[in-house]
Design a protein around this ligand. Structure first.
Ligand code: SIN
Length: 437
């Protein structure tokens, strides 16, 4: 087994992992792990944008929109943090070079469901991809950060309730990575569903591991279905292409197979999804239709280039044709329980982004609050780690020596065993979250 040591280990290279890495002190030695290639994260697929408090007067409205969409099941303290720190995060991304759409130097805000006003900054319909590329450009230039791709974690090393690192499996070998602080930023669970807008490799590994180790989970059953994924009779993979809610924000309307409207398009996601499912049942159909043909082709090519070209590949011109859509698993609101500094119930183990549950989304996430949560709470994790490692550096050394010398390496230093552990972990999660629905 190969052994690596780091001050900080970050598992996942989406927005939360990358932004956490950028906010860590530059004297810390950081290892980042990606299960597949770097861009196989949900951040890369995000279309709509990032919600932000547009000015000081928008605090109450943004807070209430988040609570109302979340069915008031949200953690109010987390929502306060999210709203308060949202603007600082977006200004930071702007400084880092994310090419947000702007008018005369001011952000161009778009609208999505359940927002009382336009407050979503975006890069046309490639917001996630451009945020990812910008953050990665900065991370890759930092000498204190090493990135290891195509490597899956399958166990946590712990002693006296403290996390000391993880065991993982690359294409060639098992690797033990010892770390003073470990950050789980490994995304959602869509890969265990037949229909999901997520990357297929995202199978809830961090949550499964957390569960095996008795780490506190929070509302694991809170799962969001996006109302409008592209419906295709024949598909090449499990992932369904997302038709962003921002189309409805820009006036697109929903019709059933008889050409009738049946729901207000900008209600919260769970309400629109339920209305569509009811309509599919009533009309005995596989999909409903989204119509944005009231806008011009040139506008659509400019504003939604990704959606325009992806639909065209399947013979649908969104400027003239209605788009067949169907609900699809999209986001996991529940996950590994964390406090306001992204600390889990295990010492020195943090969770950020979709695998965590800050409670910010309650029972139903408000559109475009996911990248924002990843930014705000991963920065908080980084600040906490900077302070904790700074204060306690000496106590870590003996712990790390222990973890590379003893422990269960002998058991796990076996590729087949590792593969079995990973397989069982996914099976358990699937039984619990999918089959019991
Ligand atoms: C979308 O563009 O509809 C998705 C954005 C989100 O999930 O918040």
């Amino acid at each position: 087994m190969k052994i690596l040591n780091a001050d900080v280990l970050i598992i996942g290279t989406g927005v939360a992992g990358l932004y956490c890495a950028l906010n860590l002190d530059k004297n810390l030695d950081v290892v980042m792990l990606s299960k597949k290639s770097l861009e196989e994260c949900n951040t890369y697929l995000a279309q709509g944008g990032i919600a932000v408090r547009v000015n000081e007067y928008d605090y109450d409205a943004f807070f209430m929109d988040t609570m109302k969409a979340g069915m008031y099941l949200n953690n109010k303290e987390s929502v306060k943090v999210l709203v308060n720190e949202s603007r600082e995060s977006i200004l930071d991304l702007d400084r880092l070079g994310v090419p947000f759409n702007k008018n005369m130097g001011e952000f161009e805000y778009t609208k999505e469901g359940a927002h009382v006003k336009n407050r979503i900054v975006h890069c046309n319909d490639k917001s996630g991809k451009l945020v990812f590329e910008t953050l990665y450009e900065h991370v890759k230039n930092l000498e204190n950060i090493r990135i290891v791709e195509n490597t899956t974690m399958f166990d946590i090393e712990k002693r006296d309730g403290k996390c000391l690192g993880v065991y993982c499996l690359s294409e060639k070998e098992t690797i033990y990575i010892g770390s003073k602080a470990t950050v789980l930023a490994s995304g959602g669970i869509g890969g265990i569903f037949k229909n999901s807008t997520n990357q297929s490799c995202l199978t809830g590994d961090a949550m499964a591991l957390a569960k095996n180790h008795g780490i506190k989970l929070d509302t694991p059953g809170y799962i969001q279905y996006h109302p409008t994924a592209l419906y295709l009779e024949k598909r090449e993979d499990k992932r369904r292409f997302l038709i962003s809610e921002s189309l409805r924000g820009e006036g697109a309307l929903l019709f059933n197979s008889r050409g009738e409207r049946f729901v207000k398009e900008l209600l919260p996601r769970n309400t629109v999804t339920s209305a569509i499912l009811e309509e599919l049942e009533k009309t005995n159909s596989d999909c409903v239709y989204l119509d944005i043909t009231h806008t011009g082709e040139e506008y659509l090519k400019r504003r939604f280039p990704k959606i325009y070209s992806e639909c065209l590949k399947h013979g649908i011109n969104i400027a003239t044709d209605r788009i067949p859509v169907t609900p699809s698993q999209h986001y996991h609101m529940g996950g590994i329980g964390v406090d306001l500094h992204s600390r889990t119930s295990m010492d020195y183990l943090y969770a950020v982004g979709e695998c965590s549950c800050t409670g910010v989304h309650g029972g139903n996430r408000l559109a475009s609050n996911s990248l924002l949560e990843g930014l705000v709470f991963s920065k908080r994790a980084a600040e906490d780690i900077n302070a904790v490692i700074g204060e306690n550096n000496k106590i870590f050394e003996p712990l790390l020596r222990y973890s590379v010398k003893e422990g269960k390496k002998l058991v796990t230093d076996n590729r087949n065993k590792a593969i079995e552990i990973i397989g069982n972990m996914r099976k358990d999660l699937k039984n619990e979250l999918v089959d019991s629905r």
